[in-house]
Design a protein around this ligand. Sequence first.
Ligand code: SRM
Ligand code: SF4
Length: 550
Amino acid sequence: MSLETALTHEEGVKAASHLLRGHLGEDLADGARALSHPDSEHLIKFHGIYAQDDRDVRRERTLAKEELEYIFMVRVVVPGGRLTSAQWLALDDVAERFGNGTLRLTTRQTVQIHGVWKGSLRDLARRLHEATLSSFGGCGDVVRNTVLCPRLGEDPYYARLVTTIASHFRARTNAYLEVFVNGEIAVSVEDESEHDFYGVTYLPRKFKIAVAHPEENCVDVFAHDVGIIPTEHPTEGRGAHVLIGGGLGRSYQHPGTYARLAESLGFVREEDLVPVIQSLVEIYRDEGGRVDRRQARFKYVVAERGVDQIREEVVRRSGRVVVDAPAPLLAPGDDHLGWRPGSDGRSWLGLPVPRGRVRDAESSSLRGALRQIAETLDVQFVVTPRQDLRVGVAPELCAEIDRRVSGAGVTSAEDLSPVARRAIACVALPTCSKALAESERVLPEVLAIVDGALTRVGRSNHPLEVRVSGCPNGCSRAALAEVALVGRTKTTYDLYLGASPRGDRLARLVAEKVSLDHLDATLAPWLTRWAQEGAPGESFGDFVARTDQA
Ligand code: SRM
Ligand code: SF4
């Protein structure tokens, strides 16, 4: 077989797309509700847009031989999760006018708008553009939104670092502006100046970077292709410890896929950080798999070549020094909830956003309260890596914010159990095409079961890390939870236990195909043993890791 025929279909689509234009212009203008050209579904992802259908009505539509309910999800890039009031208002506006009226905060600090008609995509992009927001690069085979610990983001250096990474690795093509913002199909042709280091086939797949706080691991730094932990070296000065080769996605159909923790590359000086990251992305671009998308992530390159060889290659390509040094130890991730004084002079209120979904409900109007705050006060917003939201204000405005938030019936961190404060669920049904089981919508039920079991063993105040994912792709970073439910069939989950609360050990499979009706009976024996036999102060995850069987 020649190399060309062995490459994946997607590689050909990218190469023939004229730098991500393809037939998207015609597709947006043709009046149909779905994308028509076969290449468009893949290409539109580079523009931060997913073609979906409402799976709640898929069966009845199919049986009635009716067209599916085609909708689109738009993922807006937000480096470090940081948004101005004007940007928040633009997101709120597009969610109302073009989406399903909710804003979905994600585990990578982006904001997703669900339920958009194809015919509204251009208007939505234009409104985002007015607020200097864009979905370009939200998905696709490129460097994705960089995650930054919200507390570290109060430091201008790190806030700048993630925007520098974003602009450094943004694909240089005018396709998004032409196709979505301006809609000028006629002038939509590529120009030589647009070519950059990605080349015409971009990366083999997505590439993810996180910047952790040196003291705590709220970003799950070991889950990333590249993890950065700021630190000071005794002789080299300020810089960061760099980790490489993490990633959590797996597939039941592809046994060769696995979750993997990032390993230590070494210490890199502050001024060398971006060139070193660029070399890592280049190695991935040049050596990552392009024949099987399931095994195309950077973690497989690192596993195959080994960190030492990659370090040598990075030094050769970048001409910078990577110093062998032990990775710093991180504490369990902060939830960033409640009021905290910021190092930037602001006071920060972390608001829990149940399941990351900012919406108005009968009992509480979170979306309305946030809109009113953004319209009338000088605030800064930060999406957290746990799908919650921080609101930063001048200290004298704290009482006013409290008044508005409680007046709207918004849940505060104190209203939640320690487990609910930290819990994460991925989107799953009804929009995610990969979902095998419910996730976001069953989280309250899962939390009630776990909280009930913890109360019975006398540990109701324990901040257990619970995560649910609708399939093994693990978008809630379930592989790093002390208690993880991973969708297996429509009504069952595989139960994983025992990840480290510090995010540096993966959970292990303890029970397969557990329905929610049987979750309590499956989990309770483990919790009981932990309560009876665990060492003082020992986390549930650490106890499970050193225990054979419940
Ligand atoms: Fe994810 C695919 C949602 C974070 C691993 N993820 C998807 C898609 C786009 C489904 C699809 O391909 O059709 C989901 C869209 C659902 C929807 O309707 O909104 C989806 N992923 C999410 C979000 C929204 C979950 C959430 O509830 O917050 C997160 C958006 C992040 C962002 O803003 O970019 C999200 N996804 C993650 C994470 C966690 C992280 O990055 O920190 C992971 C595990 C880390 C990793 O990448 O290894 C993750 N998502 C995946 C994978 C598996 C990739 C792999 O290595 O094979 C897929 C499947 C794929 O890409 O083909 C996937
Ligand atoms: Fe969809 Fe699976 Fe990711 Fe959940 S974990 S959002 S079901 S791809």
